[in-house]
Ligand binder design. Structure first.
Ligand code: DAH
Length: 342
């Protein structure tokens, strides 16, 4: 039989080298269990002479207590190591920068509509919207378009039925406004328009316009010119000048197109890509509201006059940001979209 000291020395070595809690449990059973080596020695004490028993018993009990102590220490060591490991694994670095949540941005068309609307809102206009599916009445008849006006053609317009169509312009909102609101009227109206154009760098079957309408007593052409000149300066820079060229629109009389001086070259560069060297850029259509249109709204044309204007949102955005192909707006290529607001 092994001596108590030998058992202790061996147990101590094995406990120290135990690699995990399971190994420790095995050693506990091996030495301290019911049939454990230490337990066995204690049991064997009966064979000793009575005078030896006391001393031997004390010695073995001390050894037993020491082995228990060593096992407890080792177990605690394992528990502590486990806790540190778990803490390390669960550690939160509060200084770590947050993860980037990809947020969308407004589309260039929306940004441009907001910018244009904002300029007119600062001049006291409110924003109103009309339907994209319109009646022939609102889109053409009420706007004084002659029965044979070319834009009525099936080849130019998406008809839904004989009397309904996808609006070709935002001008029908003028009619809706005049039918629902008494003067003074001061609105702008952005939205989608549709024409059967084949897409190319400057045409798209779906595009956007923003319409303006002001009706009040004593409104004159100078009010129109002053308003739109101010708009051009706020949109493209204080330095731009404007000029008005006679034109024809069925719903205005007189009608004009407004050009602004080239905000890129100021008319100085004969090879300027933006104004093609002419020094001028056409930016919108406008005119004094035709009495026939006011009459649709039941407005006293002796008392009230007004002006209207309409512009292409894509065109304004392309000019302002140097975009050379209208199709870029609708392709949703992030490389394009994020260039401006990435
Ligand atoms: N609706 C016209 C177009 O699509 C643009 C326009 C011109 C609107 C003159 C107006 C205006 O209100 O007065 O070409």
């Amino acid at each position: 039989m092994k001596k108590a000291e030998e058992i202790f020395a061996e147990a101590k070595g094995l406990i120290e080298r135990a690699a995990d809690p399971a190994a420790i449990e095995e050693l506990r059973i091996r030495y301290l269990g019911k049939k454990g080596e230490v337990t066995q020695i204690l049991k064997g004490m009966g064979q000793l002479a009575p005078e030896e028993r006391k001393e031997f018993g004390m010695k073995v009990n001390r050894i037993k207590a020491d082995v228990e102590g060593l096992i407890e220490d080792k177990k605690r060591g394992f528990e502590q190591a486990g806790r540190s490991l778990r803490l390390a694994a669960e550690k939160i670095d509060v200084t770590e920068p947050g993860r980037d949540v990809p947020a969308g941005t407004k589309h260039m068309i929306t940004i441009t509509i907001d910018e244009i609307s904002g300029i007119f809102m600062n001049m006291g206009y409110s924003v109103t919207e009309g339907p994209e599916v319109e009646t022939v009445f609102h889109n053409f008849d009420a706007l004084n378009a002659a029965p044979n006006h070319p834009s009525r053609e099936l080849t130019d317009t998406f008809y839904i039925t004989e009397n309904t169509l996808l609006r070709t312009q935002t001008s029908p909102v003028q009619v809706r406004t005049l039918l629902s609101q008494a003067p003074p009227v001061k609105v702008v109206s952005p939205g989608r328009c549709f024409r059967t154009d084949t897409p190319d760098a400057t045409h798209s079957p779906m595009f956007h316009q923003i319409e303006g309408l002001l009706v009040d007593e004593g409104v004159r052409m100078t009010d129109l010119k002053g308003t739109l000149d101010l708009f051009a300066k706020r949109m493209f820079g204080e330095g731009v000048r404007t000029k008005f060229r006679p034109h024809f629109f069925p719903f205005t009389e007189p009608s004009a197109e407004m050009d602004m001086s080239c905000f890129v070259c100021g008319g100085e560069d004969p090879s300027c890509r933006v104004c093609k060297g002419s020094g001028w850029i056409e930016i919108l259509g406008c005119g004094m509201v035709h009495p026939n249109v006011l009459k649709v709204g039941g407005i006293d044309t002796e008392r009230y006059t007004g002006f209207a204007f309409g512009m292409g949102v894509e065109r304004i955005a392309m000019l302002k940001h140097g975009i050379d192909d209208i199709r870029l707006f609708y392709e949703n290529d992030l490389r394009f979209v994020q260039q401006f607001y990435g």
